[in-house]
Design a protein around this ligand. Structure first.
Ligand code: ATP
Ligand code: MG
Length: 388
């Protein structure tokens, strides 16, 4: 009888990161996310096995594409293209003989993990028996320090998985395990990285962008749509709110001293964002601010901005250097879009040297001249919601 060796993607998650009650939630969300991501890739079956997850695909599956997605699904610590056989040592030998025969190597190492403790051999014994078998069948040598190939063997109750390569996943928590946030996204380098970091910690992220069309071009909106659709590869879909901000800026310019404008813009943005966040069930706002990067991002000014929000304003990049942020933006792929020149709404009517420590009394007095609530209402009425 010809034995078939099935192949699959074997996924490991970080078990240490999973505390108590979070564990079942983490696993079921990860499985749901895997299903959503791979539904279009010929996914046949997902098996939730003790401490790992196996994904089975149709025969014509595009493995490169599947692996590319594994690098973007948060919660995956590492993944492997693995072979699966019934839990029996002779079958393991025969399957290894077939698969190792396709590889070229001189030295090897065996790393066995016995998850099913009642298997008749312990992991040291499997290492010894299989090591001997590979040595004799292929005339190769064992090298425990720097082998040409590693042979990982995982023994479960019904199946044995083996594989030769273990690749790093993105880590983090499965999107959906940490609630929903609304991310203020500008089209610059920083805010996409901030949104990415929240996805990595398990949040569903929706986006809000303030633009000055028709005073400025539509470019910033197009850029933001591109960035959001790229970031969606980490979370499938999201809502993007496009909010016209030009009229509000015009009013602020006519009534507020130049030095305070940027902070009043920001406070208006936060107020509008918070209203939308509440509407969509988001529990926090997210910005790409980093301490001291520009004058509106001093501690004093950050607290002036925070004052108008009743929900947490999360700033995942607060302690990062610009160079570190740029590196991460390059790695996740948003950098190339962010550096396309555009017309940022905040460049409109902003002085060269805004106040680095605005006084809250001055800000309140300036805002007293504005009809803040009316402005917020009308911005929300005009906001456009698009599904990306
Ligand atoms: P970024 O690179 O994200 O634009 P930045 O270093 O240019 O950040 P600021 O312009 O001070 O910093 O903006 C600080 C944060 O305010 C941004 O990271 C973003 O979260 C939010 N923000 C700024 N402009 C907008 C906008 N037009 N729409 C939505 N959010 C914005
Ligand atoms: Mg900016």
């Amino acid at each position: 009888m010809k034995e078939t060796i099935r192949s699959c993607i074997l996924i490991h998650y970080h078990e240490i990161a999973l505390k108590g009650k979070n564990r079942p939630l983490f696993i079921s969300q990860l499985i749901e996310n895997l299903r959503k991501h791979f539904i279009t890739d010929g996914l046949k079956k997902i098996e939730n096995l003790e401490g790992r997850i196996a994904l089975f695909f149709h025969e014509d599956a595009k493995w490169d594409q599947i692996e590319g997605k594994c690098r973007k699904i948060f919660g995956i610590c590492n993944y492997s293209r693995a072979f699966v056989i019934p839990s029996e040592i002779d079958q393991l030998k025969r399957a290894l003989h077939v698969e190792l025969g396709k590889l070229s190597f001189n030295s090897f190492r065996i790393i066995t993990k016995r998850a099913y403790k009642n298997f008749q051999l312990n992991s040291m014994e499997v290492n010894a028996i299989i090591g001997q078998f590979v040595k004799e069948s292929f005339k190769k040598s064992v090298d425990l320090r720097a082998p040409d190939i590693n042979i990982w063997i995982e023994i479960l109750k019904h199946n044995i998985f083996f594989y030769f390569e273990k690749k790093a996943g993105p880590g983090g928590l499965p999107v959906g395990t940490s609630g929903r946030v609304l991310s203020l996204i500008s089209g610059g380098i920083d805010s996409p990285v901030a949104a990415y970091r929240m996805m990595k910690r398990g949040c569903n992220v929706d986006f809000i962008h303030f633009h000055s069309f028709p005073y400025l071009s539509r470019e910033s909106q197009e850029k933001v749509k591109k960035i959001v659709s790229l970031l969606n590869e980490y979370q499938y879909s999201s809502r993007l709110y496009l909010v016209p901000f030009g009229d509000i800026q015009k009013i602020i310019v006519s009534l507020v001293h130049a030095k305070l404008r940027i902070l009043i813009y920001r406070r208006m943005m936060i107020r509008i964002a918070e209203r939308i966040a509440k509407k969509i069930g988001a529990e926090a706002l997210v910005t790409g601010e980093s301490l001291g990067q520009v004058s509106s991002q001093t501690l004093k000014n950050i607290s002036v901005i925070n004052e108008v929000s009743t929900m947490p304003v999360i700033r995942p990049l607060i302690g990062m250097d610009k160079m570190e942020i740029i590196e991460e933006a390059k790695r996740i792929g948003t950098y190339e879009i962010s550096i396309i020149p555009d017309e940022d709404c905040c460049q409109l009517f902003v002085p060269r040297s805004p106040s680095v420590k605005a006084r809250i009394e001055d800000i309140r007095m300036a805002e007293g001249k504005l009809r803040v609530e009316e402005l917020v209402d009308s911005a929300i009425k005009e906001a456009e919601e698009i599904a990306v």
